[in-house]
Design a protein around this ligand. Structure first.
Ligand SMILES: Nc1ncnc2c1ncn2[C@@H]1O[C@H](COP(=O)(O)OP(=O)(O)OP(=O)(O)O)[C@@H](O)[C@H]1O
Length: 352
């Protein structure tokens, strides 16, 4: 078991940062998502054995956070949220220092430092002082120092914090590679659900210190009650014809999205396509995208709350009840066949 948390509560005086959380994660890339102040950093510090829980407990890689903190920190790589890099050191000096601190002998530490800096894409700049680094480069040094001792688990606190959209995408791609190619399990925190959806196998959502949901990404992004229809031509005419046939349709670029009423909806779409004489490329139930679950309510939309792709505007705190309802709606199994005949594979899955 990678992480198990049992009835975990953490209070700072009158502030309850974590409130009776229970969840367990076997392995893989796990996202811990919540608005700023939801308790994510507190959770990571408890998992590292750096901060005692008020009540309840947790185990990391089978070790008890209350008693095995040093052993956990030896086996786990930690990337802190805030800037913590000495400006006058180079990436090589710093990462080498951290490798030595974790107990690696000098030759092995030198080799691991060079390899790790290459993996995170910092090889060229490795001898420059970090004071001159961009935010993206600093985030990659922080990731490198977490990776350098070949940990059994990575705990990454807001690795995309402060990055522009391109920098975010690069960091997410890097994390995905570390998770899949190197097979290192990790817990990644973010206040942006949409970006965690891209890299995580499992998502844990916290709000105001309480657990809203812990489930696999595939469960959350279960099939929606929307049919995606793609034809080779005459898209607007098909939309109008489907509307005339009594269906609710939404144009979506070169596709049309049709609200699924029942199994008969498939027949109406197929008949209409045949009548128009156009070629059908795709007809299938679309999967939910996580960010979409928030979209109906702008205060819960992570992208709208973070329009510039940076943390200038903190997202509004999620409203627990509304959020829970949206999760529930999104994961309701819809009836009817998952795909219609003659459908192409669903190639979605990237960013909305
Ligand atoms: N040392 C502390 N003393 C008092 N309150 C604290 C302390 N650390 C955190 N808190 C409070 O606990 C709550 C959870 O904070 P935490 O930093 O864990 O949240 P977070 O989800 O990581 O948010 P952020 O991304 O902004 O760091 C917040 O209300 C915060 O103000």
């Amino acid at each position: 078991m990678m992480i198990s948390v049992e009835n975990l509560t953490k209070r700072y005086g009158a502030v309850t940062a974590l409130d009776g959380l229970t969840f367990a994660i076997e392995s893989g890339v796990v996202g811990l998502v919540g608005a700023n102040g939801a308790g994510k950093s507190t959770m990571i510090k408890i998992l590292l054995g750096l901060l005692p829980a008020t009540t309840g407990g947790a185990r990391v890689l089978g070790l008890d956070v209350a008693t095995d903190g040093p052993a956990i920190r030896q086996r786990v790589g930690y990337m802190p949220e805030h800037d913590c890099l000495p400006a006058d050191m180079s990436a090589t000096e710093f990462v080498l220092h951290m490798a030595r601190m974790s107990g690696l002998p000098l030759t092995a530490a030198r080799e691991r430092t060079a390899d790790t800096l290459r993996h995170v894409g910092l090889y060229e700049e490795r001898y420059r002082s970090m004071g001159g680094y961009s935010t993206g480069m600093k985030q990659r040094v922080k990731l490198a120092q977490a990776l350098v001792h070949d940990p059994g688990l990575l705990l990454l606190d807001e690795p995309t914090n402060g990055l522009d959209p391109a920098g975010r995408d690069q960091m997410l791609a890097l994390l995905r590679r570390i998770g899949t190619e190197f097979g290192i399990p990790m817990l990644v925190t973010s206040h942006l659900l949409g970006e965690l959806e891209q890299v995580c196998d499992h998502i844990v959502v916290v709000d105001g210190g309480r657990l809203l949901r812990s489930s696999s990404t595939a469960d959350v992004t279960s099939a929606s009650r929307i049919l995606a229809v793609e034809v080779d031509e005459r898209v607007p005419e098909l939309g109008a014809a489907l509307q005339a046939a009594g269906l609710v349709v939404h144009p979506a670029g070169r596709q049309i999205e049709v609200e699924l009423v029942d199994d008969g909806t498939y027949d109406v779409v197929l008949d209409t396509v045949v009548q128009l004489g156009v070629g059908l490329h795709r007809l299938e139930r679309r999967r939910h995208r996580m960010a979409e679950i928030f979209r109906a309510d702008p205060t819960l939309d992570p992208d709208q709350n973070d329009p510039g792709g940076n943390d200038a505007g903190d997202p509004a705190r999620a409203v627990a009840a509304a959020l829970q309802q949206k999760w529930a709606q999104a994961s309701q199994p819809a009836s009817g066949p998952a795909t219609a005949p003659n459908t192409a594979p669903n190639t979605e899955g990237g960013r909305p």
